[in-house]
Design a protein around this ligand. Structure first.
Ligand code: TXA
Ligand code: MG
Length: 353
């Protein structure tokens, strides 16, 4: 299949790209597009066949449900059975934005889209290209992250091309994804809202709007005995090709431990990468050393993480050591989301030193 690649310049709302991309989705095709979190791979959420194509293009198991993206609040009535008060309040506070809500689905949403579940995940993204595309495509766009299953989510159009060229109909090229990690997912089908995937919208921020919110424990610790509530969280996502280990502790100990492990791995013939922060990065010796940003600036770390994992793949790095770039217990800022993704990329391998 030939993939048409269209560069969409900032603010070009009148361009032909929009009608063309919208039609493509309406006809059952797949179009990748930028959002504020990561690039998405869009198909018509109300057509069974589109979801099948998405799973195929990604190489993703079909029991892993898709998020339905909408562009205006009223459209939610079509896809959910009822809108609880909490959803109304959260949408008012955070949409358009990096928040996905899980609600009971209506009959209009095919089970292929929801991976067989009676619930549906809904999000209104805060990106003009995404919003314009959703509208042009008829209002309901199912879109997982536009990576091949098992690879880090794409934060740049270039990475979408790497993973998807030849497998989908079209790629809309925009700029680098601003946030760099996927949306917060909150399940609103029970009495108390539960965070299924941490993101830029934190528990604290949600609690300010709807009161008590819980966090699915399995996203904080990698316990094989518990099954996470978001089906997608059980798969080893975000994984680089190299074996990643997180090294946690005070600054000096971490530097010493990482350098020692790098040397040992190099002895064994491995090509070794290190992910550090601006404050410590000059003190490591390895085949490739990268800073994710300053410890003072979690946003830059969130934005850089997936890019760095992909760069190590390109450099054929076989072993990676990373500083703990965040804290899973942290309830402010991006620390929890960063650490959740890093832990998953590491298959939960972490050493305390
Ligand atoms: O930021 C994002 O959310 C990006 C952009 C493109 O919007 N999308 C994204 O989609 O991350 P995806 O498919 O890569 O991740 C969706 C996650 C999966 O872990 C899936 O299991 C979970 O959402 N999910 C979807 N529907 C669900 C449902 N009904 N109940 C529980 N979890 C659900
Ligand atoms: Mg994904």
């Amino acid at each position: 299949m030939e993939t048409k690649i269209i560069r969409v310049e900032e603010g070009n709302k009148e361009g032909e790209w929009l009608a063309e991309a919208g039609e493509m989705i309406k006809r059952g095709g797949l179009v990748a597009f930028p959002t504020e979190t990561v690039y998405g791979l869009g198909g018509d959420a109300l057509q069974e066949e589109s979801a099948r194509k998405i799973y195929q293009a990604k190489g993703r198991p079909s029991d892993n449900p898709l998020i339905v993206h909408i562009c205006c609040w009223e459209d939610i009535d079509t896809i959910v059975r009822e809108v609880p008060e909490a959803a109304r309040k959260l949408a008012k506070a955070f949409w358009p934005g990096p928040l996905t809500m899980v609600l009971h689905k209506s009959e209009r949403v095919p089970y292929t889209t929801t991976g067989g579940l009676d619930t549906v995940a809904v999000r209104m993204p805060a990106h003009w290209i995404a919003l314009a595309l959703i509208r042009a495509a008829g209002g309901y766009v199912a879109a997982p992250s536009a990576n091949r299953s098992g690879r880090p989510s794409p934060t740049l159009a270039e990475y979408v091309k790497e993973d998807m060229e030849g497998r989908i109909d079209m790629i809309l090229e925009g700029d680098c994804a601003e946030i760099g990690l996927e949306s917060t997912i909150v399940d609103l089908t029970g009495e108390i809202p539960i965070i299924l995937r941490p993101g830029c919208i934190t528990r604290q921020m949600l609690e300010q709007v709807v009161g008590q919110v819980e966090v699915d424990e399995t996203i904080l610790k990698g316990t094989a005995s518990q099954i996470p509530l978001a089906p997608g969280m059980k798969y080893r996502h975000y994984a680089p090709k190299g074996e990643l280990t997180i090294v946690k502790g005070s600054g000096d100990c971490v530097i010493k431990a990482i350098n020692q492990r790098v040397a040992e791995a190099q002895e064994r013939g491995e090509k070794v990468g290190v992910i550090g922060t601006d404050e410590m990065v000059s003190l490591y010796q390895a085949d490739s050393v990268k800073s994710a940003g300053s410890r003072e600036d979690e946003k830059s770390i969130a934005q850089a993480l997936y890019r760095i994992l992909r760069e190590f793949d390109d450099e054929e790095i076989t072993v990676i050591y990373a500083e703990a770039l965040g804290d899973v217990e942290e309830e402010k800022g991006m620390g929890q989301a960063i650490m959740n993704r890093l832990l998953k990329a590491a298959g939960y391998r972490m050493e305390e030193v």
